[in-house]
Design a protein around this ligand. Structure first.
Ligand SMILES: [Zn+2]
Length: 243
């Protein structure tokens, strides 16, 4: 049980960090796979990430059904929780998922310009970020991923990668831990911002594919914990040495 309690605290911290760093605003969410039940995940009830407490965290089956039905009656879950279950279902390696509307990524979903890493620390976003367009299969919708069919279609576009963009909406990030998913989300936003600035100046020299692989290979606990500690302090949260 302490393991679960610690993980819930870490998930609350992840919400606060993402809000504090401007990766989510009143919307967007982060989840973690249940440590003892691979067919479940933990995600807050529908609430702005900056306001989330441990008591808001709920348990869901991969199809988005809340495990505690009584709690679900009192607290509405996120409409877009299906994103999380669909990614966990397709990707057994993924332990944490972020969905956000991070502002600098949006132009890449609507202009045909591909988001690609150009800064070494942003290599974790993947060689290039695929784009999912809900309209291709689902036509005129409110753009919210409100069913497993939509979630699975998005997860398929993410494929084996770490991130994918959603046209006119936002992004999804798949990490191998909460800290990793927060790290990739943060640097997805930074790379997008720098890429727009670089595009205004001229032709961009992106990282070489081999450089992306080399950076990813050395991005481990040392890097993730260093960033995490700093973001925790900024968000007014305690940090643990090893995540
Ligand atoms: Zn959304």
């Amino acid at each position: 049980m302490p393991k679960l309690k610690d993980l819930i605290e870490e998930l609350v911290t992840a919400n606060r960090i993402l809000a504090n760093e401007g990766i989510v605003d009143s919307f967007g969410h982060v989840s973690v796979r249940h440590p003892d039940r691979k067919d479940r995940y933990l995600l807050s009830r529908a609430r702005a990430p900056e306001r989330i407490e441990a008591s808001d965290i709920m348990e869901f089956n991969l199809d988005g059904e809340p495990v505690d039905v009584r709690k679900a009656k009192r607290f509405a879950p996120y409409t877009e929780r299906f994103i999380h279950g669909a990614v966990y279902e397709l990707r057994p390696d993924v332990q944490s998922v972020v969905h956000n509307h991070s502002p600098s990524t949006i132009p890449f979903g609507v202009t045909g310009n591909t988001l690609k890493p150009l800064l070494h620390i942003c290599a974790s976003i993947g060689h290039e970020v695929p784009l999912w367009d809900s309209h291709d299969r689902f036509g005129d919708t409110a753009l919210l991923v409100n069913s497993m069919a939509m979630g699975r279609d998005l997860a398929k576009r993410l494929g084996k990668g770490r991130s994918a963009l959603m046209r006119g909406h936002g992004a999804v990030v798949a990490g191998n831990s909460i800290r990793h998913a927060v790290f990739v989300s943060y640097y997805l936003e930074l790379n997008a911002k720098l890429q727009m600035q670089s595009m205004a100046m001229g032709r961009i020299k992106y990282l070489y594919p081999g450089e992306v692989d080399a950076v990813v290979a050395r991005t481990g606990p040392y890097t993730l914990n260093r960033a995490w500690e700093n973001w925790c302090r900024r968000a007014g949260r305690k940090t643990k040495e090893v995540g």
